[in-house]
Write a protein that binds this ligand. Structure first.
Ligand code: B12
Ligand code: SF4
Length: 470
């Protein structure tokens, strides 16, 4: 039997959600000529396609991106037929979208935009608009949260979702159609009115209690076997405030955690789903920082141990948290295989200036400690800050030669709008407005006084230091 509605407890407010299906005679359902033009749309379940555009190659693990899966889960609960297209898997060209939309014939396409994949987001919007008439393109993700106006100007997106998308999308999908007058009543959007002016509908609220967010339904993902892991997010935000990091801006400075019980319930449900599909995939805990609350980590680990056969997982942690041997031991026993640590630099000056809140000695101690507990360590490193000289970067190279880590992600310092680094770069005289959005992709220098060719060579040296035989 078809679902006729369900109850969402958003933590701070409850909502009865009734799936809205397109009814041919419903006067709210668009203008006559539009209905005539595409009768097909009004006589079947509405369809939404979620697209993860391809970013640059930065990690050997591939998990289905949580944003699109979570939002597809909500759309599907609301009665929509959904399809997730992951162009980031195997780094596919934007052109692949054309055949996908022609086959699926979506009413709405939702594109998840990072600054790093923004160029492809724009190409996708152009291509889908040229492929089927009347399709609406909604764009959401960190890029729209930071720079909604620039995003809406850059391509034919109809609606730009600012901030968390769960409630906003649920409200949009219950409208009979995405007309500007109707959508302007929903907070969290930047839309165009009939004259083409941008209208901001007001800020949407962050979800207070993350335990009420539905578990992502991985049955909606095609070809799960092509991934190397399954992602799970147990918290949003981070209590630190590194000057280059956009996470404070993303979540308005709020750090929220799911309860240990809710996390372990999701892990159990993923394990059951994988068993049914006869797949063995580890979990990637995608939190910005999983280790910030030691007692919660300990509780999750002991619940996991109690839950039965061990699940393998990895996560990201902050240097200072990882000084706890007790926690590292518990993590290892509960199935943790590796930890990603954002060490960023081997220069004390840079660590201080980016507010990393740790010393080079702390980094040494923690990397060695994680290894001695039998887990792999990969690190995040950033070069090309406005104050950095070659001498600072050489300190990072020397530290990496010494540490013998298992992997590293090396990016160029990038002044994401809203961060202190952005302000500092502006104050140092860099003209950031003239940098195109797609250049904020962490893969090219933007705010370094050093010549680009020198920075690319130093980055190569960092990779060599990481990959030297050890
Ligand atoms: C997991 C992760 C990754 C994974 C997967 C990326 C992905 N696309 O999911 C990997 C390892 C690939 C990755 C890599 C990188 N990442 Co990353 N990553 C994350 C992390 C920690 C979690 C992402 C996640 O799953 N979030 C949970 C889901 C539910 O949230 P979401 O995807 O944002 O979606 C929500 C909203 O944005 C919105 N939404 C999103 N899409 C849509 C679409 C529609 C239609 C609607 C309505 C709403 C909507 O609704 C969703 C639900 O609330 C985030 C930080 C964060 N807290 O989000 C950083 C983050 C996204 N990454 C970041 C960065 C900088 C990088 C790297 C450059 C790092 C590096 N050192 O190489 C690379 C570049 C990636 C690339 N190839 O282009 C920055 C992005 C900065 C920016 N403005 O673009 C973030 C915000 C971290 C930070 N601290 O600043 N990353
Ligand atoms: S510790 Fe990591 S996630 Fe937290 S603010 Fe710093 S860079 Fe961002």
């Amino acid at each position: 039997m078809a679902t006729i509605g369900y109850f969402i407890d958003w933590g701070d407010r409850n909502e009865w959600v009734t799936p809205t299906r397109a009814e041919p005679n419903d006067p709210r359902w668009g203008r006559e000529e539009e209905r005539m033009e595409d009768n097909r749309r009004t006589s079947r379940t509405r369809r939404m396609m979620f697209v993860s555009p391809a970013g640059f190659e930065c990690s050997s693990t591939r998990h289905p991106h949580l944003g699109p899966v979570l939002l597809a889960t909500i759309a599907s609960e609301l009665g929509w037929e959904t399809k997730i297209v992951d162009l980031d898997l195997f780094k596919q060209q934007a052109g692949r979208i054309t055949s996908q939309v022609q086959e699926f014939q979506p009413d709405i396409i939702g594109v998840s935009a990072l600054l790093t994949n923004f160029a492809q987001c724009c190409m996708i919007a152009d291509l889908v608009k040229a492929s089927i008439s009347g399709v609406k393109v909604i764009v959401g993700g960190p890029a729209t949260t930071f720079l909604p106006r620039r995003v809406l100007q850059a391509a034919p997106f109809d609606i730009c979702v600012i901030g968390e998308g769960e409630r906003t999308l649920a409200s949009l999908l219950q409208l009979p159609e995405l007309e500007a007058e109707l959508v302007s009543a929903i907070p969290g959007l930047l839309v165009r009115d009939r004259q083409g002016h941008h209208i901001h509908t007001g800020a949407s609220e962050l979800i207070q209690n993350l335990d009420v967010v539905p578990f992502p339904n991985y049955r909606l993902v095609d070809n799960l076997a092509a991934y190397t892991s399954i992602g799970i997010m147990t918290s949003r935000g981070c209590p630190s405030n590194c000057t280059f990091c956009s996470v404070q801006r993303l979540y308005s400075g709020l750090y929220r955690q799911r309860s240990a019980g809710n996390v372990v319930d999701e892990i159990r449900s993923i394990t059951r789903m994988l068993a049914v599909l006869n797949l063995t995939l580890p979990l990637t805990i995608v939190d910005d920082t999983f280790t910030a609350d030691r007692s919660r980590v300990m509780e999750i680990c002991s619940d996991l141990l109690r839950a039965g056969p061990s699940t393998q997982w990895d996560c990201a942690g902050r240097v200072l948290d990882l000084k706890s041997h007790e926690m590292l031991e518990a993590m290892k026993r509960a199935g943790c295989q590796g930890i990603f640590v954002g060490i960023e630099s081997g220069s004390a000056v840079t660590l201080e200036k980016i507010r990393k809140n740790c010393t080079v000695e702390d980094i040494r101690e923690v990397v060695n400690s994680v290894k001695s507990h039998g887990m792999k360590v990969s690190v995040g490193v950033m070069i090309g800050f406005p104050w950095e000289t070659e001498t600072h970067i050489r300190k990072t190279i020397r530290l990496l030669e010494e540490l013998a880590v298992d992997g590293a992600s090396v990016t160029f310092a990038t002044p994401i709008p809203g961060t202190d680094l952005h302000q500092l770069a502006e104050d140092s005289g860099f003209d950031l407005q003239s940098i195109p959005l797609e250049a904020f992709d962490f893969s090219r220098p933007t705010i370094s006084p050093l010549p680009e060719s020198k920075l690319y060579r130093l980055r190569e040296e960092i990779f060599e230091a990481v990959h030297q035989p050890h």
